[in-house]
Design a protein around this ligand. Structure first.
Ligand code: NAP
Length: 374
């Protein structure tokens, strides 16, 4: 099999490259790398890889691939994918962008959760496999056990989403903002006797100053938060919030929201100053009053990445933090308890690296699925 890789030097693409190298995926197929900006330049050095970068808009070169994996972005997918298909290309298109996700002829891939659905699609000759929204994927990975047992009636997901979900420039700007806030209070901080309200005032002035870099984020994030992610759909719902129910039901192979048998996922999506781990506070209505130990067992047994964290202060602070989970494949879920709302209501808090399970990992695993090497 010959695999074309587009978008390999972007943020998602770089994590994808790290994971594919770590798992020796490149030994399994020939690979050819594409670029929108440096065709003819040196390709990354991998086993069985072509040495020279090809032009990412060269349909003939792309059509020479049995599968194309792209993390180049939605504009690229919207532009190139239809032209390739119109030219008769029948290869597998594996994509990190949201552009094709909800199309009828595309499957959203999250194999620990929906492997049977992917296998069924492969058997039916489906060729388009798209990674999920990061937040939705991480939530479904964490709740895999309860979803497989079909014991959830609805989920309210309040998210704490990292800067990386917005993009690399936004991550850089977050750190710049942090630096600027620190600078504004540095002299006061160096004096242990300086009044805290003076420090707060200096930082507050800095947060509202037009000197604070907000070109990419659009608002202060360091020392603050942004309570809206992605487009305004005009009905009080953000596109990020809409994706929760829309994508979750598609991933699970259930009817669309509002139809009988669909899963209700509702909530607010909020950007916070974490680097690359999304966190989510979940309120879950179960179909029955299940004992907490049974719930914990179902969650823990569902897949090899989810871990149940004991609901105490020490374990929660140590294990359920973006700082701890950053750069790992682990999906911890904790703060599990019954709520005063009634015996069927539980709380949960989960954290996951949005560039790994939230973006890159399902793509490389899809390639392995094509080769029966998962
Ligand atoms: P990105 O970092 O902006 O990279 C996209 C492309 O930008 C690269 O492949 C590269 O193309 C070009 N580029 C221009 N300047 C660059 C620079 N200085 N460094 C690296 N690349 C540069 O995009 P991304 O955040 O990885 O997102 C890719 C797609 O994945 C998007 O559709 C996004 O919605 C989706 N996605 C993102 C996330 C996330 O958390 N960020 C999660 C899930 C899905 P050339 O090499 O051709 O120049």
């Amino acid at each position: 099999m010959k695999v074309g890789i587009v978008g390999w030097r972007g943020m998602v693409g770089s994590v994808l490259m790290q994971r594919m190298s770590a798992e020796k995926d490149f030994e399994l197929f020939e690979s050819v790398f594409f670029s929108t900006s440096n065709a003819g330049g040196d390709a990354p050095t991998v086993a069985r890889g072509e040495r020279t970068l090809k032009e990412a808009n060269d349909l003939e070169a792309l059509a020479g691939c049995d599968a194309i994996v792209t993390a180049q972005g939605g504009d690229y997918s919207n532009d190139v994918f239809p032209k390739l298909r119109a030219a008769g290309w029948r290869g597998y298109w594996i994509d990190a962008a949201s552009a094709l996700r909800m199309k009828d002829d595309a499957v959203i891939i999250l194999d620990p959760v929906n492997l049977p659905l992917i296998q069924d699609a492969l058997a039916r000759g489906v060729k388009n496999y798209i990674g999920s929204n990061c937040t939705v994927g991480l939530m479904l990975m964490a709740l895999d056990g309860l979803l497989k047992a079909d014991v959830i009636e609805w989920i309210s997901a309040m998210t704490y989403q990292a800067a990386s979900g917005a993009g690399a420039p936004q991550m850089r700007e977050l750190i710049e903002q942090m630096g600027q806030l620190y600078s504004s209070a540095r002299d006061l901080l160096s004096d242990p006797k300086s009044p805290i309200l003076e420090i707060d005032h200096a930082v507050s002035m800095s947060l509202l100053s037009d000197q604070l870099p907000v070109r990419s984020l659009g608002a202060p994030l360091a020392g603050s938060l942004i309570p809206w992610i992605h487009d305004d759909l005009g009905n009080g719902v953000s596109r990020e919030e809409w994706k929760a129910s829309a994508e979750a039901n598609k991933i699970l192979g259930r009817p669309a929201l509002g139809e009988a048998g669909s899963l209700i996922v509702e909530g607010l999506c909020v950007r916070i100053g974490a680097m690359r781990c999304h966190s989510q506070a979940l309120t879950i209505k179960l179909r029955a009053d299940l004992p907490l130990p049974e719930i914990e067992r179902m969650l823990a047994d569902a897949n090899e990445w989810v871990t149940v964290v004991a609901n105490n202060r020490e374990d929660s602070i140590r294990e359920l933090s973006p700082a701890k989970v950053n750069g790992t494949m682990s999906i911890p879920i904790g703060r599990l308890r019954k709520l005063a709302l009634g015996p069927e209501y539980i709380s949960a808090f989960t954290v996951g690296d949005q560039l790994l399970w939230g973006a890159a990992e399902p793509l490389r695993r899809m390639l392995r699925l094509l080769l029966n090497k998962l």
